[in-house]
Design a protein around this ligand. Structure first.
Ligand code: NAG
Ligand code: NAG
Ligand code: NAG
Length: 822
């Protein structure tokens, strides 16, 4: 842009500015010329480019531009005489400014003179006194007529009214002006004529010509008189401008050869424009010329004062004082802001032109030479353009977020001594561009939420800031769509777009979901918008919302879940184990076991954390055969939850010794053998299952852990565990993923056996209802063998209580058992 501007200006200065000549005193609105056409500008864009006329300095604007046609028109009355006075050419400099891109064209208005002023004499009557003895051919200088116009429109000729005595001689001066001399053509005779009156007419060369007249009044004297004579024809003086009032400019003097009153000379100015009359005073007696006002070199550089000396008789002669005014550095430079593109977008490239500055100094020579500068530490500089014009351009990147406005100070200094300077302050603002994405205050966010929270509760808030302006810096939050556990993230969380507060949409269950991660997007409202994202990790913490679940014995408290305790059991023997799990974690799943009710409180103890029931002392004969225990399992949550179960223990070596068991039979008519068999089968199934679980546990634990979780007198079938039950560390319970087939005998009078798949959804006790079937089954020996084959390792490891097999065999095969015993 700058380059283009420079080119345009240079082109016109190189070939001369466009100039228009036209006569003064044209009507307002008269067309001077078509400047758009002359400069090759697009007329249609004049208005959008804000074409306007500027003037140099603070002078008047004389013309306007018609934005529709590109024509220059007269804006106000132009009086050449007022603007330029007697100057031979009257030139007005004007400027045409266009924006976007910035262009500046200088053009010149050349105002031509029209003959609108008539010649004028200073006074209406010129008085002369001429001696009667004056010779023929004597010359008397006549005052010059003044015409404000110039050139041909000035006074071109004088004519004198016809008369007997005088003729007129017109003299042309070096500067082209003319004046007249009265030449005596015939001697005067006072006796004949005491006074003569003549009319002098001055005519200018205009078309039509204008004229002015003056009367010449000649008094004929009989004395012998002389006119005064100036010491110099021209007095040349130099006077510094701004000289104080009362400064003596020059003293003129004229001498008169006459004596007495006739020789007394008085001085006066000739014709002087009004403004000079206010500046100078001449002492009529002494001829001292003094300053009475301020003279200004910038207004006039030379002043010509016509002087007249007259003696007492009225005889006059003329001289001129030429004052050469010396320039003094009395004008500080003026800084004019021609245009300013504010605000500047912050992404403007370095070198972008933001303004045009013009400096002017009315002084001349060095006093008018100006240097222009801008303060340091701002990303702007001034580039000199054509004479006295500077472009203000950026030198670096602007960043509104760092500094949104600049106060520029431009200083202009001239080269006078002492130099004068002036400053101008510019206020420049930087416009925003959406160049900053929102930035989160943290790199990632973590939210902790208790399970069973209320849906809609807020769990955390994120916050991002964007330093841009207004909507470019307004942050809107949203969740980036993704899946959590196969469901859309919106079914878990929602975010307030304005505040960044994140709400839970549902109630969380720690047992199903322990943690998840979502991405939050922060976007500003610019166009195009900028965004950034951050991850929010949500951790769900456990609450004690699951009570312990007792797996063994079955909490339903079925009476068939009876443990046999041999009479010979010693203190510390393991008789059973309560197994419970808790779906919670940590403290909430840390279980403790307590016997809360016992038939004989001193007989059995339970391991507080193992759940193992052991005899506390040796069994004695006096102990009741049937022992009931109520065990409570409690977790360690706050508040803690608990579950209870009942255990039935029989102190006996022989089922036959248990008469009470008869009552448990469902079939009143069953034989005694059937009762025994049932009891035996119950025990068999119980311990059989226990074994299998032990075996599985042992295998599993060997594979997974080097150490048994508990020693294998009691085990639980996997079917007792809730589906998908997960291992909880430290809880001391089993992980179970194994299923197995269990074999139960069904009791009947005919001693038929059937293998039944018995475990289903933890309903072992329910399946214990005995069923009669016709299918043939292997005897227990076969069963034993099969078991041994399958679970050899397990059996060898954990078969501790062999005694129950003996009981079973005794019940089923009384004879063979007897024979073995005997
Ligand atoms: C510029 O000047 C104005 C008032 O003159 C002031 O309020 C503002 O803070 C200034 N700016 C800078 C960047 O100095
Ligand atoms: C925002 O930035 C865009 C450019 O990215 C700009 O045009 C617009 O003026 C800016 N808005 C404000 C309010 O500053
Ligand atoms: C999240 O931000 C990273 C960089 O911070 C970007 O690579 C990724 O594309 C963004 N993800 C989305 C979905 O906008």
């Amino acid at each position: 842009m700058f380059g283009l501007l420079f080119f345009v200006l240079m082109a016109h200065t190189a070939y001369g500015d466009v100039s228009y000549s036209f006569p003064e005193e044209m009507k307002r609105g008269s067309v001077i010329g078509n400047i758009a056409k002359d400069l090759g500008l697009d007329v249609n864009r004049l208005s959008s480019r804000k074409a306007r006329i500027d003037t140099e300095g603070n002078r008047k604007r004389f013309c306007d531009i018609n934005l529709n046609t590109g024509e220059l028109t007269v804006a106000e009355r132009i009086d050449r005489e007022e603007i330029c006075g007697k100057k031979a050419s009257c030139v007005i400099k004007q400027e045409l400014v266009l924006e976007n891109p910035l262009e500046l064209h200088r053009f010149i208005l050349n105002v031509e003179d029209i003959n609108d002023n008539s010649p004028q004499f200073k006074e209406s009557v010129i008085k002369f006194e001429i001696r009667e003895s004056a010779d023929k051919g004597s010359r008397y200088l006549l005052e010059e007529a003044y015409d404000a116009d110039i050139g041909m429109n000035e006074v071109q000729s004088y004519t004198l009214q016809n008369n007997e005595n005088c003729i007129l001689n017109v003299v042309t001066r070096a500067n082209g002006r003319k004046y007249g001399e009265l030449v005596l053509n015939k001697e005067l005779d006072r006796e004949q004529q005491k006074e003569v009156t003549l009319i002098l007419t001055a005519v200018d060369g205009g078309t039509p010509p204008r004229s002015g007249t003056v009367a010449i009044h000649v008094t004929v004297l009989d004395a012998n008189d002389n006119a005064p004579v100036f010491s110099q024809a021209v007095y040349k003086v130099s006077l510094p401008e701004n000289s104080p009032v009362d400064t003596v400019v020059v003293t003129v003097s004229a001498t008169d050869a006459d004596e007495e009153q006739n020789g007394e000379v008085t001085y006066a100015f000739g014709h002087l424009p009004q403004k000079f009359l206010q500046l100078f005073f001449i002492d009529a007696v002494s001829g001292v010329i003094k300053l009475t006002g301020q003279i200004d070199y910038e207004e006039e550089s030379t002043i010509e004062l016509p002087i007249q000396a007259k003696d007492g008789q009225g005889l006059a002669s003329y001289s001129t004082v030429l004052i050469d005014i010396v320039d003094i550095n009395d004008n500080a430079p003026i800084i004019i802001l021609k245009s300013l593109n504010s605000p500047v977008p912050e992404n403007a490239f370095p070198g972008t032109e933001v303004g045009i500055i013009n400096v002017q100094d009315r002084d001349s020579e060095n006093n008018g030479q100006v240097r222009c500068s801008i303060q340091q530490n701002v990303p702007f500089k001034l580039v000199p353009s054509i004479k006295n014009y500077y472009s203000l351009v950026t030198t670096g990147e602007l960043d509104r977020e760092l500094l949104s406005d600049y106060n520029l100070t431009i200083t202009a200094t001239d080269e006078g001594s002492p130099p004068l300077s002036s400053t101008k302050n510019l206020h420049l603002t930087v416009a925003d561009v959406n160049d900053n994405p929102p930035v989160f205050q943290e790199h990632n966010y973590r939210a902790h939420v208790q399970e069973n929270n209320k849906p809609g509760s807020s769990i955390c808030s994120v916050s991002a800031t964007d330093p841009d302006w207004r909507q470019n810096g307004t942050v809107v939050y949203s969740l980036l769509s993704s899946d959590v556990n196969g469901s859309p993230v919106s079914s878990f969380l929602s975010i307030n777009g304005d505040t960044g507060v994140i709400h839970a949409v549902r109630s969380f269950d720690y047992e199903q979901l322990k943690s998840f991660k979502v991405l939050v997007l922060a976007r500003d409202n610019g166009s195009p918008p900028l965004s950034s994202n951050v991850s929010v990790s949500v951790f769900i913490s456990d609450e004690n919302d699951n009570s312990p679940q007792i797996l063994y014995p079955s909490p339903e408290g079925n009476s068939f879940m009876t443990e046999m305790v041999p009479k010979a059991a010693q203190a510390g023997s393991l008789v059973s184990k309560v197994i419970a799990v808790d779906a919670d974690s940590g403290q909430n799943a840390w279980l403790s076991y307590h016997i809360i009710k016992a038939t004989d409180p001193g007989l059995f103890t339970i391991g507080v954390h193992s759940g193992e029931i052991r005899t506390q002392r040796d069994i004695s004969e006096s102990d009741s055969m049937k022992q009931n225990l109520i065990v409570s399992v409690r977790d360690n949550g706050q508040p803690s939850l608990s579950a209870t179960c009942a255990l039935y223990l029989l102190i006996s070596d022989n089922l036959a010794e248990v008469p009470e068991l008869k009552d448990m039979s469902h079939d009143e008519s069953s034989s005694k053998l059937t009762f025994y068999l049932i009891i035996a089968l119950v025990s068999v199934s119980t311990f059989f299952l226990t074994f299998i679980i032990i075996i599985l546990a042992v295998r599993f634990c060997r594979r997974r852990k080097p150490r048994l979780l508990f020693d294998g007198a009691v085990a639980i079938p996997s079917a007792y565990l809730p589906p998908n039950y997960a291992e909880v560390e430290g809880a001391g319970t089993l992980r179970s993923t194994y299923n197995y087939d269990a074999y139960l005998t069904t009791g009947s009078r005919t001693s038929d056996f059937k293998f039944v798949r018995s475990y289903n959804e933890g309903t072992l006790t329910a399946d214990l209802t005995l069923k009669k079937t016709q299918s043939a089954v292997d005897d227990l020996e076969g069963l034993d063998a099969e078991m041994s084959d399958s679970y050899q390792v397990g059996l060898s490891l954990s078969l501790k209580n062999i005694w129950w097999i003996e009981i079973v065999k005794k019940c089923i095969f009384p004879h063979s058992t007897a024979s073995t015993r005997h």
